[in-house]
Design a protein around this ligand. Structure first.
Ligand code: 9MR
Length: 467
C-alpha cells in the first residue's frame, strides 16, 4: 500500500477499523485491487490521459529510435506519436513523383507495435517544401500539391489517427488573413481542396488544420476560426484544429476559452506541439495547459514537441518534460498530477465517418456488384484549370485477376500523371489498366488508383472490365 497517494491510506484504514474482521478483510481485498488499478494506470502520461479518454503524445525523430534511453521513455510514457519531420513534403517526395516513406514507415511501425496513435504531420506546408515544388506555381503547383496529398494519405491510409492536412497557412499579426505563399497563390480554395482530397484518400483519418500563435483569442486565431466555421457551413470535411502551443514564459489567459470556441464549431481540438520555455513557472504553465485540455470535452489529446530537452528544436530553452539525461522534470509531475486530478469528461474516441461528401464527388450511387466482373466509381477534386481523381475499383462476387477501367475525359482535358495504374493515353477515352501489385482483387474486395490532369475532371460512372 505504500505506493498509494497519501490521502487514500488513512481514510481506508479508519473505515476498516469499524468493521468486523471477516468483513474488513474481504473489503480490504477489494480496496487493494481497486486502488492498485487506479495507481498503476495513473503513473504514466499516456495511461493517465487514457483514463480521461485522451492521448498523450510526443514528436519523434526516426533516427533516434535506436537510442535506448529515448525509446525507453517513449514506450513507457506516451501513447501517440507525431513524426517530427519524416512525413513532410521534402521528406516524402524529394523528387517530383518519387515517393520515399522510409522514416515515416519506421515511426508508424513503432507506433503500431506499441499501440500508439499516429498524428500525421503534415501534408501541405509552405515551409519544408522540396526544391522542385518551390520552383512551381499556378496549376502545375496545384496539381503537384493535390497529387502529393493523395499519394501520401493513400500510402498511410488506415494508419493515421489525425492528419495535419494543412499547416501554418495564416499570417501573423493583426489581419487574420492567409499567409502569402506559393501554395496560397494557387488560389484561396487550396485549403478546402486539400481537405477534400485527403478525405477521398483516407476517409478514416481525422483531418486537422494546425497552426501556431493561435493559442488565445486573437486576430490570427479568429481568422482560422472563421475559416473553420465557413468549412463546417459548406460541408468541407474538417474534423479538428491543432493548436501548436509553442509557449514562452506565459500563456494566454483565454487559452481554454479559445479551445472551447473552436470545439463549439463542431470540431475536435488538440494541443499538437506543446513546449514551454524553462523559467520559474514552467511546471505551472504545463499543468495549466493540461487542465485546459481536460476542461474541454472535445480536446482529445496533447502532444509535446520532443521528449528530452536535448531533443527540442528550441536549443537552450529546455522546454520539455524530461531533462537531457532523461529524468522527469517538475513540469512532468505537474502534467501527471493535472491528468490524474482532471475532469472525467470523455471525448469521443472513435473517428466519425465522413458526414459530408465533397460536392464535386457525390457518393457512388452504383450498388455493390451482384455478379462477377468489376465496377468503378470516381471521386474528383477540381479547381480552376485542374483536378485530381481517385478511382475505386470493386470486384464482384468472384475474384478479379487483371482489370481495366475506361474513362471518358471531357474535350480538352489532359492527364498529367497516374498512380497505381497504367494509362493507355492522356486524352479522350482513356483505358487505365492495373499494375502488377493490384491486378488481383479478392471477391467483394477493392483497390484504388488515381490520376491528375489539366482541364475539367471526369464525371459519371466509368466502365470496368475484367481480364
Ligand atoms: O522540430 C522541427 C525541426 O526539427 C525542423 O527543423 C523544423 C523545420 O522547419 O520543423 C520543426 O517542427 C515544426 C513543425 O513541423 C511545425 N510547427 C513548428 C515546429 C517547430 O519549428
Amino acid at each position: 500500500m505504500e505506493h498509494l497517494p497519501d490521502h487514500r491510506e488513512p481514510r481506508t484504514r479508519s473505515r476498516l477499523r469499524l468493521l468486523a474482521p471477516a468483513a474488513a478483510s474481504a473489503i480490504a481485498v477489494v480496496a487493494v485491487v481497486a486502488a492498485a488499478t487506479t495507481a498503476s494506470a495513473g503513473t504514466t502520461l499516456g495511461a493517465s490521459a487514457a483514463e480521461k479518454g485522451r492521448y498523450f503524445g510526443a514528436a519523434v525523430a526516426a533516427y533516434k529510435l535506436s537510442d535506448s534511453q529515448y525509446v525507453g521513455i517513449l514506450d513507457r510514457e506516451f501513447n501517440a506519436i507525431t513524426p517530427e519531420n519524416e512525413m513532410k513534403w521534402d521528406a516524402t517526395e524529394p523528387t517530383q513523383g518519387q515517393f520515399r516513406y522510409t522514416g515515416g514507415d519506421q515511426i508508424v511501425s513503432h507506433a503500431q507495435a506499441h499501440n500508439m496513435r499516429v498524428r500525421g504531420h503534415t501534408l501541405l506546408w509552405h515551409s519544408q517544401e522540396p526544391g522542385w515544388a518551390q520552383n512551381l506555381s499556378s496549376s502545375a503547383l496545384r496539381s503537384a500539391m493535390m497529387n502529393h496529398v493523395t499519394q501520401v494519405a493513400t500510402h498511410y491510409k488506415g494508419k493515421i489517427y489525425a492528419w495535419d492536412v494543412v499547416n501554418e497557412a495564416f499570417a501573423d499579426g493583426g489581419t487574420g488573413a492567409r499567409r502569402d505563399s506559393n501554395l496560397q497563390r494557387t488560389g484561396n480554395d487550396w485549403i478546402e481542396v486539400a481537405f477534400r482530397t485527403a478525405r477521398a484518400a483516407d476517409p478514416g483519418a481525422k483531418l486537422c488544420y494546425n497552426d501556431y500563435n493561435t493559442d488565445g483569442v486573437n486576430a490570427k486565431s479568429t481568422g482560422v476560426y472563421n475559416m473553420v466555421r465557413d468549412f463546417k457551413a459548406r460541408g468541407v470535411p474538417i474534423d479538428c484544429v491543432g493548436f501548436q502551443s509553442h509557449l514562452g514564459t506565459g500563456m494566454p489567459s483565454d487559452y481554454q476559452a479559445n479551445l472551447q470556441r473552436f470545439a463549439d464549431l463542431g470540431v475536435d481540438v488538440q494541443i499538437t506541439e506543446l513546449d514551454i520555455e524553462q523559467g520559474s513557472n514552467q511546471a505551472t504553465l504545463y499543468g495549466n495547459v493540461t487542465k485546459a485540455c481536460l476542461a474541454v470535452s472535445r480536446c482529445t489529446g496533447i502532444t509535446v514537441w520532443g521528449i528530452r530537452d536535448s531533443d527540442s528544436w528550441r536549443t537552450g530553452q529546455n522546454p520539455l518534460l524530461f531533462d537531457n539525461s532523461g529524468n522527469k522534470k517538475p513540469a512532468y509531475t505537474a502534467v501527471l498530477n493535472a491528468l490524474n486530478a482532471g475532469g472525467t469528461t470523455t471525448p469521443p474516441t472513435t473517428t466519425a465517418p465522413p458526414t459530408t461528401p465533397p460536392p464535386s464527388s457525390p457518393p457512388p450511387s452504383t450498388p455493390p456488384p451482384a455478379g462477377s466482373g468489376c465496377t468503378a466509381t470516381l471521386s474528383v477534386q477540381s479547381w480552376t484549370g485542374g483536378f485530381v481523381t481517385n478511382v475505386h475499383v470493386t470486384a464482384g462476387s468472384a475474384p478479379v485477376n487483371g482489370w481495366t477501367v475506361r474513362i471518358a475525359l471531357p474535350a480538352g482535358t489532359v492527364v498529367t500523371g497516374t498512380w497505381s495504374a497504367q494509362a493507355g493515353g492522356t486524352s479522350g477515352t482513356v483505358d487505365f489498366r492495373n499494375v502488377d501489385y493490384n491486378a488481383h482483387i479478392a471477391a467483394g474486395g477493392s483497390t484504388d488508383f488515381g490520376f491528375q490532369g489539366n482541364g475539367v475532371g471526369p464525371s459519371g460512372t466509368p466502365t470496368c472490365t475484367v481480364g
